[in-house]
Design a protein around this ligand. Structure first.
Ligand SMILES: *Cc1c(COP(=O)(O)O)cnc(C)c1O
Length: 454
């Protein structure tokens, strides 16, 4: 049977529940800790920062399925299902016997998968009667997604945007403002932690960890506001499971069984979402898949980080999580243009990686952009630099198949479009992009500052 270029799902075939991988994990992720007491954080403590329903999801290691509320299902229908595409043109260009599929999440105005969780988080905030939410954004995709979600439910949205992106990506900022969000470059003098970081590191271009601290402070200091986060947290992986559930449903229509599943990993949300149902089968011993996380060589949390408790933010105001981390003080080289700059990693994925359920590789940014260009030219989509990490490894795996003659089925997550990343593409096109791999000394400097917990 000829597999179509795109495999679609009918509305009636869309997943109606999110899947929580933790329910099937024998070793659960370690509890998150209160940054003040270093004791496991309680639901009550967390509900000062996060919405109540999201706190429940965050702390639930046992419920396998959560119904997707109807309002969220309806919103999803505006841009979902996202297409699962057979990369016939890429296969041909590579001359590989491998069969390559990609799940494309860039088909909405925010340009990435982040809208899947943004709409859920905005919905629960609205349901709780809140006035608004605060958040951070790095490259800008999360802030954009959240602005769209907040405007849909009539919530106020305050975004702290990493300063370097604020300056480099004025158009992302304008999309957010078009959806009614307030955008502040971080670090800023609007928060105590921002002022402290500015005093300590004058001229800093900011980091995600630092923007998170500011957004949390803004939430707890404004009545009727809570903080929302676009990655890393278990609740975000839960919402993103819609990506994997759709993928599994589409593959099943044609009896396709993937051998290798690949995703880029920043904080782990798209990868965690994409692999969810497959990892579930693996955890329950029903099937086996090779699952590969791809990260930048300049921010290598899985491949060179430590599995330890660490702060999720530079300002140390968020709960601590046990995860693969480079240290909350780690700031990737300014030369790094390819996204995925976060120092840590989802606690769920960290535990799964630690227990041998998945692999991780790191790739250098020039090779990532080379893969992006090759993909753009044959498949017609200009990919986000983040997504292109997954493309790189999908191509590498397909080329291995070419050598061995194996007809493996490869599925990768194409998380978004790169239209707002043209400064990075320009660097690459001008031959001005270089690779940067942090030295052991550099990593040790931030790793030696890990909090002593165990
Ligand atoms: C945010 C983002 C990522 C990385 O975040 P994860 O939480 O690791 O998924 C990857 N791709 C795109 C397009 C993004 O916007």
């Amino acid at each position: 049977m000829k597999i179509p270029y795109k495999i679609y799902l009918e509305e009636s075939e869309l997943p109606k529940q999110w899947y929580n991988m933790r329910a099937d994990m024998k070793v659960k992720p370690a509890p998150i800790l209160n940054p003040g007491t270093l004791e496991p954080v309680t639901a009550e403590e967390l509900s000062g920062i996060f919405c109540e329903e999201l706190v429940k999801q965050e702390l639930d290691n046992d419920t396998a399925y959560f119904d997707i509320p109807e309002e969220i299902m309806d919103f999803y229908k505006m841009y979902r299902p996202s297409p699962l595409t057979r990369a016939y043109f890429l296969e041909k260009a590579l001359g590989t016997p491998a069969k390559i599929y990609y799940k494309f999440e860039g088909n909405n105005t925010s340009g990435s998968h982040k809208l899947n969780s943004a709409i859920a988080q905005a919905y629960y905030a609205k349901k709780q009667g809140l006035k608004g939410v605060t958040t951070e954004t790095g490259a800008g995709q999360w802030g954009t997604a959240l602005s769209m979600a907040c405007s849909f439910f009539g919530l106020d949205c305050k975004v702290y945007m990493v300063k370097v992106s604020y300056e480099q990506k004025p158009f992302r900022r304008e999309v957010m403002r078009t959806y009614g969000a307030t955008v502040t470059p971080s670090p800023s003098d609007t928060t105590e932690v921002g002022r402290k970081i500015l005093a300590e590191f004058p001229g800093t271009t900011g980091s995600l960890g630092c923007a998170i601290s500011e957004a949390v402070e803004a939430a707890v200091s404004h009545e009727g506001y809570r903080y929302v986060l676009g990655s890393v947290l278990s609740q975000v992986l839960l919402h993103q499971s819609v990506i994997g559930l759709e993928t599994a449903a589409a593959l099943k229509k044609y009896d396709i069984k993937p051998d290798i599943i690949i995703g880029c990993a920043g904080g782990g949300s798209n990868l965690g979402g994409l692999i969810s149902p497959f990892m579930g089968e693996k955890l329950r011993g029903e099937a086996d898949y090779r699952i590969i996380a791809v990260e930048p060589a300049s921010c290598p949390s899985f491949t060179r980080g430590k599995f330890a408790y660490d702060f999720c933010d530079t300002g140390k105001v968020c709960p601590l999580q046990k995860m693969y981390t480079l240290g909350s003080g780690f700031i990737p080289s300014a030369n790094h243009a390819g996204g995925l700059r976060y120092h840590g990693m989802s606690g769920i994925l960290s535990q799964l990686y630690h227990d041998g359920y998945m692999e991780a590789v790191s790739v250098e940014q020039t090779s990532v952009f080379e893969a992006a260009q090759q993909f753009a030219r044959v498949e017609g989509i200009l990919p986000a630099p983040e997504s292109s990490h997954a493309i790189r490894v999908a191509i590498d795996e397909a080329l291995k198949c070419k050598e061995t003659g194996e007809e493996k089925t490869i599925v990768f997550g194409l998380t978004g479009t790169g239209y707002f990343d043209m400064v990075a593409y320009q660097k690459y096109n001008d031959g001005e992009m270089s690779d940067y791999i942090p030295s052991d000394e550099e990593l040790n400097a931030s790793l030696s500052a890990l909090p002593k917990v165990d």
